[in-house]
Write a protein that binds this ligand. Sequence first.
Ligand code: SDX
Length: 373
Amino acid sequence: MPVKRGLEDVIAAESSICKVDGNKGRLIYRGYDIDDLAEHSTFEEVVYLLWFGRLPDKAELEKLHKELGANRRIPEEVVKMMKQWPKEAVPMEVLRTATSMLSMYDADSHENDRDANVRKATRLTAQLPTIVAYWDCIRSNRELVDPKPDHSTAASFLHLLHSGKEPDEVSVKSLDVALILHAEHELNASTFAARVAAATLTDMHSAVTAAIGTLKGPLHGGANQEVIKMLLEIGELSKVDSYIKKMFEDHKKLMGFGHRVYKVQDPRAFHLRKMSDKLGRGAGETKWYEMSARIEELAKEEKGLNCNVDFYSASVYYMLGIPRDLFTPIFAISRMSGWAAHILEQLEDNRLIRPEGEYVGKTDLKYVAIEQR
Ligand code: SDX
């Protein structure tokens, strides 16, 4: 079988969690279209849908909300360690390291049955936002406040990030929809890493740590931070054309554009574009959206490229006042729910994931003593 570079078009697993229709530009979570979920659902309802395969009733959703709210604190020992880390540590490496540490304080860390893994998935989904928010406070010497159990995931993250300031409704709603849009995306690189790890029957924290490390890469989740860096570098709408044309002349990759699966527009970009425009107008600062829209036009005209989820999420998070090196950690906060769904599914009918390599090296060489080399 010919090697498919990057495993392009290779079907590596059957799954009932998510369908990415690259030709039609559609994204389905457990049978529900992302447009429907972005319009009507909440992140916590989507978490339930991804893990249990159906929408919850009121009592089930309330139970999950309560369990998430009761588990947002992180162990004091982890906070103490975070306070010793260098202030300039990259938030994604802080998230990767602190998440790995959580397993040492998790009562279920050595259990691998479904119930224990659902409990761990709930705790991790509740704790990752706290790690990210606390890190920003620690590195800027701001006060750490206790999570409020009745806050949603989006509200809790913003509340902790801003040291106790109650977040406004528009910001909470915008972030909640962004979390829905980033929750799950079939066998993307970080989810595949989580499944490969889980298939060895290692623990959930190890599989999630592998996923965080994978998401960090700029070809994957790290792209949203590269997008805002580019927008800030360009600075003004009037400078967009020359900047982008030069990037193309230098054959540089345009961050936030292109996709392995989508051959047309990424359906998530539709919602994030709308949100970027709305937030910009609401704040009286429309230039980031206008610049993004012009870049999108040029990318389409010059290279036939469509933007992906990371492009407009950059200006959305920037307009929400989120520090730009927290953009990828926010992606991780959301994708934690998708990683958990895939880990649970992998373990339902597990087999070790172990492909083969096509050997193209030398053969039949005879050993030569070092004196003769
Ligand atoms: C995410 O997989 C997922 O589902 C991921 C994700 C999820 O929800 O989990 O959707 C989230 O990671 C989105 C992608 C974020 N990454 C970026 O925005 C980084 C920039 N994008 C590219 O690096 C690229 O498009 C990838 C990595 C996303 C996809 O890479 P592929 O499928 O390996 O495509 P390729 O690099 O082989 O490119 C094919 C052609 C090339 O042209 P030629 O060299 O053959 O002439 O398209 C060109 C590329 O040069 N191209 C780009 C481009 N993306 C593709 N040219 C300029 N800028 C780009 N962004």
